[in-house]
Design a protein around this ligand. Sequence first.
Ligand SMILES: [Zn+2]
Length: 205
Amino acid sequence: MARALQAAEDAAANGEVPVGAVVVVEGKAVACAHNRREKACDPTAHAELIAIREAGAELGRWRLDGATIYTTLEPCPMCAGAMIAARVGRVVFGARDPKAGACGSVVDLFIPGQFNHRPAVVGDVMAEACGMILRAFFEERRNNAKALVSSAQKSRLGTVKRKQSLWDMALHGVRRDGRVRLKASDSKSDVGVTPPGVQIPLSPL
Ligand SMILES: [Zn+2]
């Protein structure tokens, strides 16, 4: 699980939701992957699915019976289905996923007698560390989004203030260089500072 957690950290460093998975056969890690949904533009690029594919390629067979898959997050229905299809022997997961977990949180695809294969399941392994990296990732993403919104609001406020300032100058006949703009009625006594007439915009904003 520690190695899967390391893969999850790699995912976070690459801007991906931090989930990692490792497939172990006879004590040897034959595949290790992290979530790549963003980079691959692929909704199916979950860590577990990639690790299962890589394990099949590494072993030269699609049946992964005897294999244990370690994943930092409770598998979703898609990945749980792939584990059944691959005849994975055992599934070990970390944090539970109350929104998409298919090992009991939302549904349980591994209930005995449902499908033609049922892996053994062990949950809540290093759950605190596996959940912490997800919480930290989403908290940072929320803070970044807030900072962006705040920056955009400040920028818009600045634009409004500049427009308001121009509007005030137009109303009070003050030019940007600080000189007083003469009214049309004063044009006879004008010394050529500016053409008469003030163009007032229809709206200040
Ligand atoms: Zn999944």
